[in-house]
Design a protein around this ligand. Structure first.
Ligand SMILES: [Zn+2]
Length: 432
């Protein structure tokens, strides 16, 4: 059965109460409308790939294949049809942030809903058992790239904001659909640098798929580049050069030992698990030039940190290790930090978290599970660069993101919209 409607057997029963001015916002969510928007978003192929620009370059040509533009156009149109104050800003050509600001009937606190409009590639379409951009609901599941990560969440947050507005509230809602989360997060960086981010945002709900877990913590990430520099020579005459490759051996051993020691001393984080230093790239020489000693050997490290492993002392340890081994081997050493994203640790008693916990309990009828984000999200940037209190909560399993046959339970998308709406009302009312 293929239908754009939710399967009645799995959809959450909801009584639309548009005419009841006293209805709470969550009861105003129209499941069909939420799923219709999610379906339309999935059908737009907003794939982030390596050719997508992350920054505006002078003289840059317009993109042949715009990335987020089609989804941004659709969302801007939907938001404008609600009468919202919408701003569309390109962070790179064809890569817009869409941001709506909704003023309540009276002044109060500010809550932000955040999501991203780009998706990762579908990869080999043959690996899918359905069209990667089907955007249909079959057997209660929305199907297609982005169903979980995170067009379901985007649709849920927009309808939640609409319901809260219709129910009436005191305060200010910001609805942000940002670009480039799957890349360098330039959309979140641009937002964090904007006046709006500094205008008093009291809490942010990041609507990423976390299987309904409330994630107040996220791992940090460091991307490190280490180049050992020697002297190129003939493979038959190694004494005439300085081979940088063998020194990567002790460096890899040293990195593994440092990981083991730190894991032992800080222990696993209850929600985030272990700290990891993972070598992901080793590169030296040319596979077609076996008789040439290369001048440079490269190692790249993907470091995933927990709050107990602060970045500054960790970087000192890694750099000292790399330089000592290079010195012993008579090599030059270039040590660069390509990216530095600190872990997020929002207190569980932050108002935005308490409102979300109360809303989850109310709508789902069960105690929420607290979880952690193993990767980084736009929330990481919003916390790091703008000091905002972020919590990640959204429909869809963590495990399905970026895989073939991505799908998301339609009922979970509707439930998320209801929880978002309830959380917003509680946040504005200060009741939890
Ligand atoms: Zn995502």
């Amino acid at each position: 059965m293929t239908t754009s409607k939710p399967d009645p057997a799995t959809a959450v029963p909801v009584t639309p109460a548009a005419n009841d001015s006293h209805a709470r916002a969550a009861d105003r969510i129209d499941p069909d409308a939420v799923l219709d928007l999610a379906s339309r978003l999935v059908r737009l192929r907003t794939v982030h790939d390596r050719t997508a620009p992350s920054v505006e370059q002078p003289g840059q040509q317009p993109l042949e294949k715009p990335v987020e533009q089609p989804a941004a156009d659709l969302l801007a149109e939907v938001m404008a049809s609600y009468g919202w104050d919408v701003t569309v800003t390109d962070v790179a050509p064809g890569r817009p942030n869409v941001i709506a600001v909704i003023e309540g009937r009276a002044t109060g606190r500010t809550l932000m809903f955040e999501g991203h409009t780009d998706v990762v590639t579908e990869g080999d379409p043959a690996a899918w058992s359905f069209d990667p951009y089907a955007g249909d609901v079959v057997d209660g599941f929305l199907r297609g790239r982005g169903a979980a990560d995170m067009k379901g969440g985007l649709a849920a947050m927009i309808h939640a904001a609409r319901a809260v507005e219709q129910a009436g509230f005191s305060g200010r809602l910001i609805v942000a659909a940002l670009a480039d989360e799957e890349g360098m997060m330039s959309g979140a960086k641009a937002f964090a640098a904007s006046d709006l981010a500094r205008s008093g945002v009291d809490g942010v709900i990041v609507c990423e798929p976390e299987a309904g877990e409330i994630c107040t913590v996220a791992k940090g990430a460091l991307r490190i580049a280490i180049d050992y520099i020697g002297v190129m020579a003939h493979g038959a005459m190694p004494q005439m050069g300085r081979n940088p490759i063998p020194a990567l051996g002790p460096l890899l051993v040293g990195v593994a030992e440092l990981e083991r020691q730190l894991q032992h001393s800080v222990g696993p984080h209850p929600e985030l698990g272990e700290f990891y230093v993972t070598p992901t790239i080793v590169a030296a020489g040319d596979t077609e030039q076996l008789n040439v000693i290369p001048a440079v050997a490269r190692l790249r490290l993907d470091v995933r940190t927990v709050p107990a492993t602060p970045h500054a002392p960790l970087l000192q340890l890694l750099e000292r290790l790399a330089r000592e081994i290079a010195d012993e081997a008579g090599l030059g050493c270039q040590f660069d930090v390509i990216d530095d994203r600190a872990p997020v640790e929002t207190p569980e008693d932050a108002d935005v978290v308490r409102a979300l916990v109360a809303a989850h309990r109310d709508i789902v009828g069960a105690e929420p599970t607290f979880g952690g984000v193993p990767g980084t999200t736009d929330g990481t940037i919003l916390s790091r660069d703008a000091g905002l209190q972020t919590v990640v909560y959204g429909p869809g399993g963590k495990w399905i993101a970026h895989q073939a046959d991505e799908m998301c339970a339609a009922a979970d998308i509707v439930t998320a919209a209801q929880v978002y709406a309830e959380a917003a009302e509680r946040f504005f009312a200060g009741s939890w």
